[in-house]
Ligand binder design. Structure first.
Ligand code: FAD
Ligand code: NAD
Length: 477
């Protein structure tokens, strides 16, 4: 039978929403092992963790999809605590009645496909979705680069463009259009995808589509004056010159105003409007909050009024629901960038925090029982013993300190293609900016070691080796 909800009412229920960077980092920690007094439930529409930094590598077929995902059940199975995993999408959170509603949003549904359950504590880690700014045609015609199926869709459509361009009798203008790839957004996602795409053209397409390879164009469109605005100036220049050598055109101060089936409409730096024909558009224009997050915030309008996301205090407690909701990762509005690095540190911090809270709850409960005993028991000796225990427990309680979250920045890394990467690394209160082939080897080893499991490390390393030996697979699924 599936999990019975609600569980035993004697026990506290902790619900974790999401299975991304924040939630997984929390689940990997040996938290609350000592509390046999709580239930832990993970609810996510995706029953796996996705290692997003390597998603652009999946998009061009350098890595297999399975190599960068890990089942959440696999992660929770190895823990001594009992964690239930439910594949479902949260549709509503009520911070007053402390309930969440969720539904099965997958294709196959049973007789029951939605329910509402109570929680005592909620870890809200649902991430964000791709920002479209409601620009016409984006949802209909562009490909995102956020989820695993985005990368799969990109790979399929990109190869479709190539095969269609190779169709006999295609005129030169149409071939040029089909082979023009436009990446919108010069943030790290857009830059990394452009770099990976260039590698694919350079290393593989020349062999498989020799007649087309020279005709493929990549254009990166960015509304701001430069790409990678969060990296140091030196690395921005390095990226721009590497892209120039790689024949990736960068259009800065240029804004995409509309995406059509066969073109993008651009507002150029001089404010003129131009239509640029293309075969495929990748939309990597940043994040926005999910609807479920916006709805939750709307229930606490006085304190939750930041357009970027959920406002939390220094203990990552949601303002307005401090006693029960913690929010981490991309769904929050904090001083930090929405990165995996921040989300995973927040998840690990929260694991320790929940552990401390569970200890505190346990001691408070014990103290209450001891105090009742001390005030009701008649035997003097027993009363004295109970009072002594009360003092000991009070001391133990006083030792429990909840520390605020502190972020420790380990640096920013990005792959820019042609076996080159860039890195802004903190060093002795300063910063080191490095770029090149050595940084690329550092990038590879850093990501390999950050992968959460040995299984993923072996799979990714094997994929890299396979591509070196046999090239990428251009068969379309
Ligand atoms: P996510 O990891 O997005 O997880 C959200 C989870 O919530 C998912 O499991 C999702 O299925 C689930 N969910 C969604 N809706 C619901 C719902 N209604 N109910 C329940 N669950 C729900 N950051 C870096 O620091 N370094 C990098 O190199 C890097 N590279 C990146 C490359 C790409 C292509 C992308 C897209 C992002 C990259 N990032 C990187 C950013 C990083 O991925 C995010 O900051 C990080 O994923 C945020 O973690 P999170 O837990 O908040 O959200
Ligand atoms: P982003 O928000 O960093 O960049 C999006 C870019 O799109 C912005 O520079 C914006 O000016 C541009 N843009 C928006 N609308 C546009 C339009 N209509 N026309 C042209 N340009 C437009 O988004 P991202 O790159 O997806 O990154 C999201 C988060 O994930 C960031 O915090 C980033 O640091 C993190 N991330 C990190 C890495 C890494 O460290 N290697 C990789 C990917 C993502």
């Amino acid at each position: 039978p599936g999990p019975q909800m609600p569980f035993d009412p004697e026990k506290k229920t902790l619900v974790v929403l999401g299975s991304g960077w924040g939630a997984t980092s929390l689940l990997l920690k040996p938290w609350i092992q000592l509390t046999s007094t709580s239930h832990q439930v993970v609810v996510s529409p995706r029953n796996f963790f996705l290692f997003t930094p390597l998603l652009p590598s999946v998009a061009v077929g350098t890595l297999n999809t399975r190599s960068i995902i890990q089942s959440i059940r696999y992660i929770t199975r190895h823990k001594t605590r009992n964690v239930s995993v439910i594949e479902a999408e949260a549709t509503d959170v009520d911070p007053v009645s402390k309930t969440i509603s969720f539904k099965d949003s997958s294709d196959i549904k049973g007789a029951v496909s939605s329910t509402t359950v109570p929680y005592d504590y909620l870890v809200y880690a649902v991430g964000a979705e791709t920002q479209t700014f409601n620009i016409p045609g984006v949802k209909e015609h562009a490909c995102f680069m956020k989820e695993l199926n985005d990368a799969e869709r990109f790979q399929n459509e990109f190869l479709d463009c190539l095969e269609t361009a190779a169709f006999p009798g295609q005129d030169a203008q149409e071939v040029e259009r089909l082979l023009h790839m436009v990446v919108v957004g010069g943030g790290p996602t857009g830059v990394e995808l452009s770099g990976e795409l260039h590698d694919f053209l350079e290393n593989d397409l020349k062999s498989w589509y020799p007649e087309l390879a020279g005709k493929i164009r990549i254009t990166l469109v960015e509304a701001l004056p430069s790409v990678l605005p969060t990296f140091s100036k030196q690395l921005i220049n390095y990226t721009e010159s590497t892209f120039k050598e790689s024949k990736i055109d960068i259009l800065t101060k240029t804004m995409v105003k509309e995406v059509k089936e066969r073109s993008v409409v651009l507002q150029m730096p001089d404010k003129s409007i131009q239509e640029m024909p293309c075969g495929l558009v990748v939309w990597a224009a940043g994040n926005r909050g999910r609807k479920v997050t916006q709805d939750l915030m709307a229930k606490l309008p006085d304190v939750q009024n930041n357009r970027r996301g959920i406002v939390v205090d220094e203990y990552l407690r949601m303002k307005g629901a401090e006693d029960s909701i913690f929010a981490i990762g991309d769904c929050t509005a904090t001083a930090y960038a929405p990165t995996a690095q921040v989300a995973s540190q927040q998840g690990a911090y929260l694991a320790r925090q929940l552990h401390q809270m569970a200890k505190r709850d346990h001691l408070e409960e014990k103290l209450g029982k001891l105090e009742t005993l001390a005030s009701t028991v008649l035997d003097e000796e027993e009363k004295k013993k109970a009072l002594q225990e009360v003092e000991v427990t009070k001391k133990q309680l006083a030792k429990i300190k909840l520390r605020p979250f502190e972020y420790s920045h380990q640096g920013s890394l990005a792959y820019i293609g042609s076996e080159k990467a860039i890195a802004d690394l903190p060093f002795m209160n300063g910063n080191i900016a490095t770029g090149g082939v050595a940084t690329y080897l550092f990038w590879r080893s850093a990501y390999l070691s950050t992968l959460f499991s040995l299984r993923n490390r072996v799979l990714v390393a094997t994929d890299w080796m396979k591509v070196k030996l046999f090239g990428r697979d251009v068969a379309r699924e």
